[in-house]
Design a protein around this ligand. Structure first.
Ligand code: DX5
Ligand code: ZN
Length: 222
């Protein structure tokens, strides 16, 4: 099943609960939360306390995308706060296997995120351990950036590699996604669409979610 994960990065942070409830009632499958530390990426966002408040505002699983250095240090805090899915960046973790094992031992879904210039080969020795792979289609740090087209080739290669191994690991794509490119990304092999500005910077966010869900339904037909 293809999932829609609205990213709350582009919402008004004084009204986070409202945004999350709107996304849930409009049909979102996950809530994507961007955690930035001001070191790995040039921006600062939300910490475990905010995640714990968001947890109380929705029944949807929280998809926490850690854009932080030394992610292993933070994993237990976000687990405690109620993160259901936790992704860490391949470029930020010195001990990827240790960090992924920790997320899994804590009973959460574990994913690795790769930046646009990071080759997927970095996942070679850990692919089988993953619950999902997050392919960045912008350079992380900000919402509302332009989709990096070379990501498509990466998604196609990753899709055929995963299938070739007899695995069924969903690919999540994050950055510059809107109703204009969602269908073709699904055809490229994406199963989780993260969408930020196209939803929350729109005049009617619920309508954009409805449109994206229609696209997902159309592309899911056999
Ligand atoms: C970027 C974040 C994204 C961001 C996507 O660093 O990881 O999740 O919110 O937002 P849009 O859809 O606006 O590119
Ligand atoms: Zn993200």
């Amino acid at each position: 099943m293809i999932k829609l994960a609205p990213s709350i990065l582009s919402t008004d942070f004084s009204r986070l609960g409202e945004a999350v409830r709107l996304a849930e009632s409009a049909g979102a499958d996950l809530i994507h939360i961007d955690v930035m530390d001001g070191h790995f990426v040039p921006n600062l966002t939300l910490g475990p306390q905010a995640v714990s408040s968001i947890k109380k505002a929705t029944r949807l699983p929280l998809d926490v995308h850690l854009m932080v250095e030394d992610p292993g240090f933070f994993i237990p805090f976000f687990h405690e706060a109620g993160a259901d899915w936790i992704s860490i960046h391949a470029e930020a973790s010195t001990h990827l296997h240790r960090d992924i094992t920790l997320i899994k031992e804590l009973g959460r879904k574990a994913g690795i995120a790769v930046n646009p210039a990071t080759p997927i080969q970095v996942l070679h020795d850990i692919l089988k351990e993953l619950d999902y792979v997050l392919v960045m289609s912008v350079n992380p740090g900000f919402g509302g950036q332009k989709f990096v087209e070379s990501t498509r080739q990466k998604i196609r290669e990753l899709r055929s590699w995963i299938r070739g191994q007899g695995l069924s690991i969903p690919i999540e794509v994050d950055g510059g996604i809107s109703p204009a490119n969602a269908a073709t990304l699904i055809r490229d092999g994406v199963e989780i669409l993260v969408v930020g500005a196209a939803i929350f910077a729109a005049e009617d966010p619920a309508r954009v979610i409805t449109r994206l869900k229609e696209i997902i339904a159309e592309e899911s037909r056999p």
